[in-house]
Design a protein around this ligand. Structure first.
Ligand SMILES: *Cc1c(COP(=O)(O)O)cnc(C)c1O
Length: 393
């Protein structure tokens, strides 16, 4: 087996320089702990950015994936298979949505959601009706169109020309939102907690108003639950806590439990917008990814599983707030952000945490925590103990 240094050397030689990686390599994991080739253990407060919701190498998930890989790893979308139908059925039954389209990532799911919004608008209200309102400080993905949808100037560089047809408003600015809705607008797409934007929850009244406007003006209300979905915020989907009913929801990250899978969920209003030949994805609904997802959904949809997430959230929030250098904690469930004392750089702290055996994320000026949903109280304690030590300096 290669050691850490060899892996990192080969990585920087052959892999495109798009990620500023921490100087470690990981080769195995169990629960909420990962290991490097030398056997050093890292408590994982990241789940691979909200992906490994059942932690590393969950036995049931791995068995489901392996069994499917031994049977049928892929067929084209010209034929039906069992695993994707099961995942779609579980999603629809739980949420009340009527149709699911499967892709492979969050950006791809949002592309699907945007196509639904545009086609709906154009068909219902005419060709001029093709603009989607998104929020300033949002993040919706890395394709040219989802970069366009992302309400942060830093993402609107280098790759011109970007896709037209987006308008941005500030989260919470109800008047601004009302003003932005004109005859060119076909939909509104928002995150409920802006994850990459700094774990910033969006005001509930604003979200309700957005939903109302969409109903009133017959627009598509789309929620990007790529990061907040699949139990991450303590309910199966985050919108359950906002008392709204979106027309479209995009999912990815946690749904595959670690394999690439994305989904667009559509309700009765939007479920038949995309017709034959109007959307597709070679790998979308891959049987192996869906066999894993089906297992993930069985676990995460259990009321006691979600209750445990909420309990651990309260526990972790309380523990974080006991650390003197943490000024505030934002977020819901196991999607938490910590604002640090003036002058403390989150990136630097994250680097020191890694050295000490704790994986954490950053979002803007904050530390961000997305531990696996199955993390134990004891693992939370171990991680918090490392964090407190690092912050103390
Ligand atoms: C991560 C993320 C995306 C992009 O997902 P990818 O799988 O990286 O394409 C989109 N929206 C939100 C809210 C995200 O957190």
């Amino acid at each position: 087996m290669m050691n850490s240094t060899d892996i990192q050397k080969k990585d920087s030689k052959y892999i495109a320089n798009t990620y500023k990686r921490f100087p470690i390599a990981l080769t195995a994991g169990e629960g909420a702990a990962a290991r490097d080739p030398e056997g050093k253990e890292y408590i994982d407060f990241t789940s691979g950015i909200g992906v490994n919701c059942l932690g590393y190498a969950d036995r049931g998930w791995a068995d489901a994936v392996a069994a499917q890989a031994h049977k049928l790893q892929h067929v084209s979308n010209l034929y039906s298979t069992q695993p994707d139908t099961e995942v779609a059925e579980k999603l629809c039954r739980y949420t009340g949505f009527s149709k699911v389209f499967f892709g492979n990532s969050g950006a791809e799911a949002n592309e699907g959601a945007l196509k639904v919004a545009r086609k709906y608008g154009i068909e219902k209200h005419g060709e001029q009706c093709n603009t989607v309102i998104t929020l300033n400080n949002s993040f919706h993905g890395r394709t040219i169109t989802t970069l366009s949808a992302t309400g942060q100037d830093s993402f609107h560089q280098f790759f011109f020309p970007f896709t037209e047809g987006f308008k941005f408003v500030d989260a919470g600015d109800i008047e601004g939102l009302k003003d932005a809705v004109d005859e060119t607008v076909c939909g509104i797409m928002i995150e409920l907690i802006q994850g990459e934007g700094g774990v910033v929850p969006v005001d509930a009244e604003f979200v309700k108003e957005a939903a109302c406007l969409c109903k009133e003006k017959d627009l598509v209300f789309a929620i990007d639950e790529v990061q907040t979905g699949i139990g991450r915020t303590g309910t199966f989907l985050c919108y359950e806590q906002f008392d709204v009913e979106p027309d479209v929801v995009s999912l990815a990250k946690g749904i595959g439990g670690g394999l690439p899978l994305g989904a667009v969920m559509m309700n009765e209003k939007t479920g038949d917008v995309l017709g034959f030949g109007q959307h597709g994805s070679t790998f979308g609904g891959n049987p192996v990814a869906c066999a894993g997802a089906s297992y993930v959904l069985d676990q995460v949809m259990k009321p006691e599983f979600l209750e445990a997430v909420r309990n651990k959230s309260e526990y972790m929030r309380k523990k974080l707030l006991e650390i003197p250098q943490i000024k505030s904690v934002t977020g819901l469930g196991l999607m938490l952000g910590a604002e640090l004392e003036e002058g403390m750089a989150a990136g630097e702290i994250a680097g020191k945490c890694v050295e000490e055996g704790l994986l954490v994320l950053t979002a803007k000026t904050k530390l961000r925590f997305l531990p696996p949903l199955i993390i134990s109280h004891e693992e939370i304690d171990r991680g918090i103990e490392i964090l407190a030590r690092v912050l103390k300096g």
